[in-house]
Ligand binder design. Structure first.
Ligand code: NAP
Length: 338
């Protein structure tokens, strides 16, 4: 995430910080204007009714104003009695994560919140998990909105994007993560209903979310540009014989979508990448009837273990961030060498 100097912001140029301690008092913060809350840096950030947060520490003062700009003030001189701060700003980011309430999506949401980003969390069924995940995001410093909707239903997808923008502001990044597996079977044993649902959620759902991302992020449509990360799977290159060839094929479609959409959207300021996790310890394996699958099969991988959701989240958040500014169309394996 880049910082840009914005000395012209009047709101900020009024600030005089008391150096060297840089211990802002409630009064000093109120000088900035509009602050309803002064937060003790030792405490977790609290969402205020007027949507203003402030926290300090390590010689820096962070302010989040109206949940739009995250301002980082650094003193020019730690010795001067009344050092004027050097003002930087960065816009808060809003990230929409499909299936953001459990497993890999939830770990990604938490890591986004720790970057100071707002997170819209989509889910389809488990509202308790959604509430818990939103609570974690808020405790980590982000704003959260939970959005119920089935990614395989076009109306739900459109409503989800609109609701996210209405609640948290313009979307800057999308993680297309929601996905399902089904019980292990050879293809000859799979019925049509299973195949239909697998491709509806994992392929059609991902394409709908990708299309909506393209419509809202592309600069030629008035969007801000941004970053889209799709969650594929190492299964797309392994094929998953006798287990999930349907699932593996659905993830092959995600890889292809990533490659093509990256080329379509690069001129529009939108980067599109995918991560391909290996065996990660989440509930998805239980939903396929094998709760111990990741641990069991993970022991036979080159790293001799399954991965954790937060290890995948690190890769996703890197791809979302400006640190990956020249990376698009990439398929990033996060699979422990599998
Ligand atoms: P998970 O723990 O089962 O979580 C799935 C999340 O997706 C939940 O939030 C769930 O919501 C949501 N979801 C499921 N179907 C949905 C739908 N139709 N519409 C909207 N949301 C839906 O799964 P995970 O293991 O974190 O997997 C996340 C992604 O990583 C998937 O695309 C998966 O294929 C991929 N992946 C996982 C692994 C692994 O080993 N775990 C490996 C490779 C790739 P509810 O809580 O409401 O059900």
């Amino acid at each position: 995430m880049s910082f840009a100097r914005r000395p012209e912001i009047r709101l900020h140029s009024q600030v005089n910080l008391q150096a060297p301690a840089l211990e802002p008092t409630a009064a000093a913060l109120r000088q900035v204007g509009g602050f309803g809350y002064f937060l003790d840096p030792q405490r977790l950030p609290i969402e205020g009714a007027c949507l203003v947060l402030a926290a300090c520490g390590h010689g820096q003062l962070h302010m989040i104003y109206a949940c739009d700009f995250h301002t980082l003030l650094r003193p020019r001189s730690a010795c001067s009695a009344k050092a004027m701060a050097t003002y930087y700003y960065r816009r808060m980011r809003t990230i929409l994560i499909t299936g953001g309430t459990r497993g890999i999506g939830r770990a990604t949401a938490l890591l986004c919140a720790r970057q100071g980003w707002n997170v819209a969390l989509n889910y389809v069924r488990d509202s308790n998990a959604a509430d818990d995940a939103a609570g974690e995001v808020r405790a980590a410093g982000g704003r959260a909105a939970t959005l119920r909707g089935d990614v395989a239903v076009e109306g739900d997808v459109i409503a989800m994007f609109s609701e996210a923008e209405a609640k948290l502001g313009r979307i800057d990044g999308v993680v297309i993560n929601a996905g399902i597996v089904a019980p292990s079977l050879p293809l000859a044993e799979m019925d049509a209903a299973r195949l239909k649902r697998m491709f509806e959620v994992n392929v059609y759902g991902a394409y709908l979310c990708a299309r909506e991302s393209a419509r809202r992020l592309s600069k030629d449509r008035g969007g801000p540009g941004g970053s889209v990360v799709l969650v594929s799977s190492a299964a797309s290159r392994l094929g998953s014989p006798f287990e999930y060839v349907d699932y593996a094929g659905s993830k092959g479609a995600i890889d292809t979508l990533t490659i093509g959409l990256a080329k379509e959207l690069a001129p529009q300021g939108v980067r599109v990448n995918a991560v391909r996790p290996g065996l990660i310890e989440t509930d998805i394996h239980a939903s396929g009837g094998q709760p111990d699958r990741a641990k069991r099969l993970g022991a036979a991988t080159p790293m001799r273990r399954a991965g954790r959701p937060d290890e995948v989240a690190e890769a996703i958040v890197w791809l979302l961030s400006d640190s990956a500014s020249y990376t698009t169309g990439a398929l990033l394996d996060v699979a422990g060498g599998r």
